[in-house]
Design a protein around this ligand. Structure first.
Ligand SMILES: [Zn+2]
Length: 278
């Protein structure tokens, strides 16, 4: 979910308030870098034999996966509300994300899809870079400026830009609406290439049986936005996917289940491969 307003379940609000009130953060693992509690680290696929490399179509490519919000964000309001550069505008570092009505967190959904996607891409030979490397209530972040810049040439010493970026989210809209939508930047930079990646991603999700959003984008399931740091600051082809509406019962069932998470990941892996090796 991408709205500025934090959306929390009642249970999460209680837990968050209780936690902050108890001033327990001293018990929490502290950030080791200044721009987020969970530093992104590149993870490389295991070395493969020549035969395996020939069978791995994404060998030599680097793909950034951004699993959105850290699970602990609701516990760190000061850190995640801190304004950061979001590409010509300033926005909060991050938000809490949304959840299903039963309290299954967006952070956990995106994390599980991201891990499955990472495995699938590595199996195809890709090097995968994650914007966060764990899903824990003890951590916060990553800020939108980090999520936006990760993979850019020159950022954190990168001498070659990553090939594409997929930012994974679940939406928190009115319960009656369902379906996925894909967001690409409306700004300068990799606009054209991101638009193509957006269309390929939409097709890949439909191929796996997912329906276009019924509540936004006029049935196209494609949206351009210029107010999102993750898109504004990225200089590589980037899509942000709202894979479903977590407040909708049918979408929530798919998003909660291992089978549904696997199907989402397969669609996104197909999108990456379809874009890089059509
Ligand atoms: Zn989100």
């Amino acid at each position: 979910m991408l709205r500025a307003a934090a959306v929390l379940t009642a249970a999460a609000l209680v837990a968050s308030a209780a936690y902050v009130g108890a001033s327990a953060p001293t018990a929490i693992a502290r950030p080791t870098v200044s721009d987020g509690a969970d530093p992104a680290t590149p993870t490389t696929g295991s070395p493969a034999s020549p035969a395996a490399r020939a069978a791995a179509p994404l060998t030599g490519t680097t793909i950034v996966i951004d699993p959105g919000h850290q699970l602990g964000n609701s516990r760190f309001p000061r850190q995640i509300n801190r304004p950061v550069d979001a590409g010509g505008i300033r926005k909060a570092c991050n938000t809490t994300g949304t959840a299903t009505n039963a309290g299954f967190a967006e952070a956990t959904f995106t994390w599980r899809v991201a891990k499955r996607l990472r495995s699938m891409l590595r199996a195809r030979g890709a090097t995968v870079v994650m914007t966060r490397t764990r899903n824990s209530r003890a951590f916060w972040g990553p800020c939108v400026d980090v999520r936006g810049k990760l993979g850019n040439m020159g950022y954190r010493g990168r001498t070659r830009a990553a090939d594409l970026k997929i930012s994974i989210h679940g939406d928190g809209a009115a319960a009656s609406g369902r379906g996925f939508h894909v967001i690409v930047t409306g700004k300068r930079g990799a606009v054209v290439r991101s638009a193509r990646l957006g269309r390929i991603t939409r097709a890949a999700l439909e191929d796996r049986g997912f329906r276009r959003s019924t509540y936004t984008a006029g049935g196209t399931a494609l949206v351009r936005r210029s107010d999102l740091g993750t898109l504004n600051l990225s200089r590589i082809p980037t899509v942000m996917v709202e894979l479903g509406n977590m407040r909708n019962a049918r979408d929530a069932r798919a998003m909660r289940s291992a089978a549904g998470q696997r199907r989402y990941a397969r669609a996104l892996a197909s999108a990456a491969q379809g874009y890089l090796h059509p």
